[in-house]
Design a protein around this ligand. Structure first.
Ligand SMILES: Nc1nc2c(ncn2[C@@H]2O[C@H](COP(=O)(O)OP(=O)(O)OP(=O)(O)O)[C@@H](O)[C@H]2O)c(=O)[nH]1
Ligand SMILES: [Mg+2]
Length: 259
């Protein structure tokens, strides 16, 4: 029997998507109005905000958002800061446990990737059942609005080249904070243990997939979606030393999962 519109957009239906938003000291940066506006137009998408031991009043901002948006907004409040990777992992595990539907993603709180792109990534997963994950990719093609600081762009190119060689997967952009996954037993398995890295857990997810299944299957399961718009937002919490750490962590990933 065909689904009614109501059924298709209710939490618990397989087309429901939960987006995990890691938040650390985001009280002044979180664009609440954009979330409110988006939630009102896209009832099949919910948000799980993870407050990761913020020292400002991020929690109050999130609670206000929850009051305005109702059940489309969940909050996971972690009393101690554990880093983005664990916040995302905890949030995704919580979303899977809630069993609301077939798709889970994560999205940076600054909305460097606009919320509207959720629809594009999600549609790709819905249209192509073989895909397990769709990653936003910051490719500066003509006619797009992808604006990154030059230094971040070039560091990103070097990093992606290193990672591509290591994984033997020609990935263009590993670190874009806009990714959606199909909920499967494999995804639960991949998320079951804490990540060993703080920032490059995206690469760790891929390495875990290869270790669990194989590289050939990953090639068939992943799609990089060239974003229409990506904007560098001020107030980044990534420090210059984190870039060095990213390369060290990449080597640790290689040693643990791929050697
Ligand atoms: N949970 C958690 N999230 C964090 C932490 N630090 C940063 N984040 C979140 O990670 C996301 C991205 O952080 P940003 O500071 O915007 O990182 P960025 O330098 O802009 O990184 P790019 O957007 O990839 O260039 C945001 O949602 C932050 O709130 C942390 O310690 N814990
Ligand atoms: Mg950012």
């Amino acid at each position: 029997m065909p689904e009614t519109d109501d059924e298709a957009t209710r939490p618990g239906n397989s087309t429901w998507c939960t987006i995990v938003v890691p938040c650390y000291n985001e009280a002044h940066r979180l664009p609440s109005e954009k979330f409110v506006e988006f939630i009102h137009t896209r009832p099949e998408i919910g948000f799980l905000f993870v407050n990761d031991g913020s020292k400002d009043n991020t929690l109050q901002v999130l609670e206000r958002l929850q009051r305005v948006c109702g059940p489309a907004v969940d909050i996971l409040d972690k009393p101690v800061n554990g880093g983005k990777s664990e916040a995302v992992r905890d949030g995704m595990l919580r979303a899977i446990a809630l069993g609301r539907g077939g798709f889970i993603g994560f999205w940076d709180a600054d909305l460097a990737t606009p919320l509207e792109a959720i629809h594009d990534l999600l549609q790709k997963l819905i249209d192509q059942p073989r895909l397990q994950m769709v990653f936003g990719s910051r490719v500066r093609l003509l006619g797009r609005h992808v604006h990154r600081k030059a230094i971040r762009h070039y560091l990103g190119r070097v990093f992606a080249t290193v990672v591509s060689g290591m994984l033997r997967l020609a990935i263009y952009d590993t670190q874009c904070g806009a990714k959606i996954f199909r909920v499967t037993p494999d995804l639960s398995q991949i998320l079951s243990q804490p990540f060993i890295t703080r920032w490059v857990f995206d690469v760790e997810i891929l390495a875990r997939f290869i270790a669990l299944k194989n590289l050939h299957l990953l090639h068939d399961s992943i799609y990089e979606f060239p974003l229409e718009t990506w904007e560098d937002i001020a107030g980044s919490k990534v420090k210059p030393g984190d870039f060095l750490l990213a390369f060290v962590d990449t080597f640790r990933i290689y040693r643990k999962y791929l050697r």
